[in-house]
Design a protein around this ligand. Structure first.
Ligand SMILES: [Zn+2]
Length: 270
């Protein structure tokens, strides 16, 4: 049974080859073809959209592949079936990306980040609904994201994205949280989603959001508590704890936080 799919548009991106595409995607423009423009009515009201594209240059045969890009942040990840990966390699090479819609200038949609290379066909656009689509407690292979031999820039970028997706702005706190939880996960040899946080009452609210976004610790799952007037963030796993005292970095540029050595960002106390 062959299904007929008519592309509704095309991607314009600075990235021309799949191997050059960063894991987090790049800013892109989606051009919608004239006969489908009526379908955009109302789209400008959405802050985020699901973009369904077609990896038109991807292999379609293999069902088990080595996830090369994800292995940069989790080198322990071995071969996996394509249905457990976002790899372009799959029988029907559809892509699915949630992205922020920056603006609509019909027929163009400007999006914050897309992992489709230049000239990829667009199959569909749907609104993204945080209430329906975001299952905050879901676990997947990203939940064991941080590994000793990870490429740290890739891991920091992935963690900052998670903090940003929860917090809503790319401020210094998203980068600071990425650095702290990465350090804690490595030191405690723990899955990020097993870390327990004790935060001081006067903790920076942006940092609190960002720590929740990266670890999924909440009061309801008993992994987040607010405990008094200390200055430290205490992170624990499996009976071991580390206290972090953040240095004065929350007015820094986030990219500086991501590229600076840990001892310039925080002190480990005790
Ligand atoms: Zn913020």
């Amino acid at each position: 049974m062959d299904q007929l799919i008519r592309p509704i548009g095309v991607v314009h991106s600075d990235i021309k080859q799949s191997r050059d595409m960063p894991l987090q995607g790049v800013p892109a423009v989606i051009e919608i073809y004239g006969e489908f423009l009526e379908g955009l009515r109302g789209t400008e009201e959405d802050t985020h959209i699901n973009v369904i594209g077609w990896f038109d240059r991807a292999e379609r045969g293999p069902l088990v592949v080595t996830p090369r890009k994800i292995r940069k942040i989790n080198p322990k990840l071995g071969k996996r079936g394509v249905f457990s990966l976002r790899s372009p390699v799959r029988p029907n090479p559809l892509s699915l990306s949630v992205t922020r819609l920056l603006r609509v200038e019909t027929p163009l949609l400007y999006v914050e980040a897309l992992d489709l290379i230049d000239a990829s066909p667009i199959i569909d656009i749907k609104p993204y609904s945080a209430g329906w689509d975001a299952v905050f407690w879901a676990r997947d292979k990203h939940s064991c994201l941080v590994a000793q031999d990870a490429v740290s820039e890739e891991a920091f970028a992935a963690l900052t994205r998670e903090a940003y997706n929860f917090h809503g702005e790319r401020c210094a706190a998203t980068a600071a949280a990425a650095r702290i939880v990465y350090d804690a996960a490595i030191e405690l040899e723990s899955d990020l989603r097993d870390l327990t946080l004790e935060l001081p009452r006067n903790a920076d609210p942006h940092l609190v959001d960002s720590l929740i976004g990266t670890t999924r610790a909440t009061p309801g799952n008993a992994r987040l508590s607010i405990c008094g007037d200390t200055r430290e963030v205490i992170i624990s796993s499996l009976g071991r704890s580390i206290s972090y005292r953040l240095l004065d970095i929350l007015d820094w540029d986030p990219t500086r936080i991501l590229s600076s050595p840990p001892e310039t960002l925080f002190e480990r106390v005790g």
